[in-house]
Design a protein. Structure first.
Length: 255
């Protein structure tokens, strides 16, 4: 596995945080700190902040993403947003299958796959989240769970389309808990996911795939996690809400 074949991407997932004024202030503070980064920089923000984020990041190296999208192009789906609505705004990325969507909003592997398909059809880059629950890790079925989530989510995705997908391995027990997977645990599962991708699409596709780690990554632990051979960046929750912390992670990924 040659890490130099792929680019690290640091993506902030703001979740349900920041009003428009706060979003603008955070981006303005962040801009000079991440300018010139030698990695991809993405901020995934609430729908209500997309316009603000797109305007504030214009002409910078920061790309803007949404935190979800629906699988249909349009229709009677109250409260949902389509992938086409996002691309029409200029949004380039979308997070799909985050564990909070799976846990609290009934997302299944099948609906994650439908949303991935819709996002690709609309031309979006996808950050596809997979990860095991604590009890699944304790049962020793982490690889089965992550492998299955990956395979189902990628159903009907061509090798060419795969280039627009980043996988984020996020052990559910490490999200927002301050409990990070060890660098070794993160690398092991990322490596396994890469093997699964290789089985589906071939070694060249697996080698080229960006696979992030997410789950309490912060300014203090980012360097060690990002130094792992199969960890190509991070999906950052809490630490992406502070410009200084986020920029330390971006700098660690740029080394
Ligand atoms: O999408 C981000 C992950 O859920 C990680 O969140 P966290 O960094 O707050 O643990």
């Amino acid at each position: 596995m040659n890490k130099t074949l792929r680019k690290a991407v640091i993506a902030g997932n703001w979740k349900m945080n920041k009003n428009r004024k706060e979003a603008k202030a955070l981006i303005e503070e962040m801009k000079p700190l991440v300018a010139g980064a030698d990695c991809g920089v993405v901020i995934c923000v609430p729908y209500t902040n997309l316009e603000t984020a797109l305007q504030a990041t214009e002409g910078t190296n920061i790309k803007v993403g949404a935190e979800n999208c629906h699988w249909a192009k349009s229709g009677a789906f109250t409260g949902e947003i389509s992938a086409d609505m996002l691309t029409e705004m200029g949004v380039e990325y979308v997070v799909i299958g985050h564990s909070e969507r799976r846990q609290y909003f009934g997302e299944t592997d099948a609906t994650v796959n439908q949303r991935v398909r819709a996002a690709l059809d609309a031309g979006l880059n996808v950050i596809l989240c997979v990860g095991e629950l604590l009890e699944q890790r304790e049962q020793g079925i982490t690889e089965e769970v992550c492998g299955m989530q990956t395979k189902v989510a990628l159903g009907g995705v061509s090798k060419e389309e795969l280039k627009k997908i980043i996988i984020a391995y996020e052990p559910v027990w490490a999200i927002g808990t301050g409990k990070t997977a060890t660098a070794q645990q993160a690398n092991e599962v990322n490596h396994y996911i890469r093997t699964v991708v290789g089985g589906l699409y071939g070694q060249d596709a697996a080698d080229a795939m960006t696979i992030q780690y997410g789950g309490s990554m912060n300014a203090g632990n980012a360097e060690e996690l990002l130094a792992q051979p199969d960890v190509d960046g991070g999906l950052i929750g809490g630490a992406s809400l502070k410009a200084a912390d986020f920029s330390v992670i971006v700098k660690a990924a740029s080394k």
